[in-house]
Design a protein around this ligand. Structure first.
Ligand code: ATP
Length: 360
C-alpha cells in the first residue's frame, strides 16, 4: 500500500543534482520506517525539454500532476531559454492552477552554521502571497521600440487573496505559540493596492486578538531583517515583497544553499509543491558541489505537509548534526565537500536517528 505518491520535477542546472540527494533521503526513510510508504514518478520537464519540444511541459501536464499527493521540485532556469518562458510556462501554471496561494519559507539559523549571526536565535517564517500581487500577467506594452514606449504592469491585490494569506499567517502563529505577525507594506507610497493590503490584514488580525499585528514599510523591514532578525516570528508579505524578503532572509541565515520553501494549497484540493529558494545556479551546475540541504529540507517540509512532522523533525536534526560536526561542508559553507558527500553524511546521521526512533 502506497500512502504518498510524489511527482518529482528535477528541472535544470543543479536541480537534478540536489533532488537526487533528497530522493535518497526519502528512500532511506522508506527502508527503515515501516509506517512510511512513498513512491515517485519523475518528469523531465525542463529547459532541455523545451529545446526538444518547444514547450516546458506537455499540454496535459497539470492533469497528470493533479493525481499526486505532492510535487518535489528542483530548480528551473537555463541561459538558452528566456527566464520568462521557464517561469511562466512551468512554475507559474503549477502555482496558479493548483491554487498554491501560499509560499511558505522558514528562516531559521541552523545549529552549526557560521555566519555573522552565529549563536543568535533566528527562527521565523515568511508567508508570501503566491498567486497575485505584483506577479500578474496583466498589463502590456505600447509603441514597442519607440521613444514614446509605454509599459504597464498591473499589481493585483484583492481583499480575498490578501485575507487568505493573512489568515494562514495568523493561524500558523496561533498554532505555533507565536506572539506577533509582521506585515510588509508600502501603503505610504503605493496608496491603492497596499492600502487594501493593510486593511485586509488588519481585518483578519481582529479575529486573532491574542496575536499582535505589526506593520512595517518594506524598506524599513528589509533593514530590520539585517539589524535585528531575531525579533521576527511570522512575516506576511505580498508576492514581490515576500520574494525579496525570502532571499534576504536566507542570506541572513547562511545562504541560498540552506533555504527551503513550500508552495501550499492549504485546503489540499490540489497538490502542493516543495522546492528550494535557490535557482538552477548555472555557475556551479555540473560540478557536483551544490549544497543539497535546501532541497532535503524542502522534502522535509513536504513530509510535514503530508502529516509526518515526526520525520521532518528527524531530517532537520540530521542536517543540524552534520553542520555542527563541520566534517562535511560544501563550498558555500566554506568547505570542499561534494553534493553527494553532504547527502551521504546527512543520511548517515538520519539512519542512526531512525534506528533509535524505531527502538532498534
Ligand atoms: P534564479 O533566477 O533562478 O534565482 P540565479 O542564478 O539568479 O537563478 P541562484 O540559482 O539561486 O540564482 O544562484 C544564486 C547564487 O547562489 C549563485 O552564485 C549560486 O551558485 C549560489 N547557489 C544557489 N544555490 C546553491 C546551492 N544549493 N549550493 C551552493 N550555492 C548555491
Amino acid at each position: 500500500m502506497v500512502n504518498h505518491r510524489i511527482a518529482v520535477i528535477p528541472g535544470d542546472g543543479i536541480g537534478p543534482e540536489v533532488v537526487n540527494e533528497a530522493i535518497k533521503v526519502l528512500e532511506l526513510i522508506k527502508k527503515l520506517d515501516p509506517s512510511f510508504k512513498i513512491e515517485f514518478d519523475t518528469f523531465d520537464w525542463s529547459s532541455e525539454y523545451y529545446l526538444k519540444h518547444g514547450k516546458m511541459m506537455p499540454e496535459n501536464a497539470l492533469q497528470t500532476l493533479k493525481k499526486f499527493d505532492a510535487i518535489l521540485f528542483g530548480a528551473i532556469g537555463d541561459k538558452r531559454v528566456p527566464d520568462d518562458v521557464t517561469i511562466w510556462e512551468l512554475i507559474m501554471p503549477i502555482r496558479k492552477q493548483f491554487k498554491q496561494y501560499i509560499n511558505f519559507r522558514p528562516v531559521k539559523l541552523l545549529k552549526g552554521v557560521s555566519c555573522r549571526f552565529t549563536g543568535e536565535d533566528i527562527d521565523f517564517v515568511i508567508v508570501r502571497e503566491n498567486a497575485e500581487g505584483e506577479y500578474s500577467n496583466s498589463g502590456g506594452r505600447l509603441y514597442q521600440g519607440h521613444e514614446q514606449e509605454i509599459a504597464v504592469q498591473n499589481s493585483i491585490i484583492t481583499r480575498s487573496g490578501t485575507k487568505k494569506a493573512a489568515r494562514f499567517a495568523f493561524e500558523y502563529a496561533k498554532k505555533h505559540g507565536k506572539e506577533t505577525v509582521t506585515s510588509a507594506t508600502k501603503s505610504n507610497a503605493i496608496i491603492h493596492s497596499m492600502k487594501l493590503w493593510d486593511e485586509a490584514v488588519l481585518e483578519v488580525g481582529q479575529e486573532f486578538l491574542a496575536i499582535n499585528l505589526k506593520s512595517y514599510y518594506i524598506d524599513a523591514l528589509a533593514a530590520y531583517f539585517v539589524s535585528r532578525p531575531e525579533d521576527f516570528e511570522v512575516v506576511v508579505a505580498s508576492n514581490l515583497f515576500g520574494d525579496i524578503l525570502s532571499d534576504l532572509g536566507s542570506a541572513v541565515v547562511g545562504g541560498l544553499g540552506l533555504s527551503p520553501s513550500a508552495n501550499l494549497n492549504p485546503e489540499g484540493e490540489f497538490p502542493s509543491m516543495f522546492e528550494p529558494v535557490h535557482g538552477s545556479a548555472p555557475d556551479i551546475a555540473g560540478k557536483g558541489i551544490a549544497n543539497p540541504i535546501a532541497q532535503i529540507w524542502s522534502a522535509a517540509l513536504m513530509l510535514e505537509h503530508l502529516g509526518r512532522k515526526d520525520l521532518a523533525s528527524v531530517i532537520l536534526e540530521s542536517i543540524e548534526q552534520v553542520l555542527v560536526k563541520k566534517e562535511v561542508q560544501t563550498p558555500d559553507l566554506g568547505g570542499s565537500s561534494t553534493t553527494i558527500e553532504m547527502g551521504s553524511a546527512i543520511r548517515g546521521v538520519l539512519q542512526q536517528l531512525l534506528l533509535v526512533k524505531e527502538g532498534r
